[in-house]
Write a protein of this length. Structure first.
Length: 197
């Protein structure tokens, strides 16, 4: 099982975590029911309870162990020392303003891009968003540190950039508009199938 983008992953996890939440709620209901009973639970009744608890722990941990490689950016992050990006973009941010290369950045389908982002003053976030407002990727940008992220783009799209960290009221104007929002920051082209990144 592999996911080509964060929306597919989110849909999968939504189903799994919904089922898991109902299973945990059933434990709380079972526990509450037994608290209200006058007679004490016998030892034999405790065995299914602890077995069910063990099952929930195994399911929760197992889900993450068996799906972490299906998340497209995990293996890329673990093996990043072996990856040579197709393009690298150096971006600076300071005083609530981005210093960017020529826009829009055009990326061909399947390319791995490295974003190196440095901050002059505050902690910012580097976040790429789809046109419907859903997030593709983000990283924290700390001043005085190397901040980089590798990402392989497998779907066509037009992406906006903004800070995903609150960096003070200067990020917004009096009407609440995000002054760090860069519309149409990047465009991915050349993928055969559409779909969202």
């Amino acid at each position: 099982m592999t996911f080509s983008n964060s929306l597919e992953l989110l849909s999968f996890h939504w189903v799994v975590y919904t089922i898991y939440a109902f299973m945990i709620i059933s434990i709380v209901a079972w526990f509450g029911y037994n608290l209200g009973r006058k007679e004490k639970a016998k030892s034999i009744v405790r065995i299914p309870f602890y077995g069910y608890m063990a099952f929930l722990v195994i399911m929760g941990v197992g889900h993450h162990i068996f799906t972490y490689n299906a998340i497209p950016w995990v293996s890329q992050d673990i093996t990043r020392h072996d990856i040579t990006p197709d393009a690298r973009y150096n971006i600076e941010v300071g005083n609530h303003k981005w210093r960017l290369p020529e826009l829009p950045i055009v990326v061909q389908c399947g390319q791995t891009i490295a974003f190196d982002v440095t901050s002059d003053d505050l902690t910012y976030g580097f976040g790429l968003f789809r046109q419907d407002g859903t997030m593709v990727l983000q990283m924290q940008v700390d001043p005085g540190h190397n901040n980089d992220i590798y990402w392989t783009f497998n779907h066509n799209g037009d992406f906006d950039l903004t800070s995903t960290e609150y960096s003070g009221p200067a990020q917004y104007d009096e009407e609440g508009n995000d002054l760090m929002l860069v519309k149409h920051f990047m465009k991915v082209v050349g993928c055969e199938k559409g779909g969202k990144q």
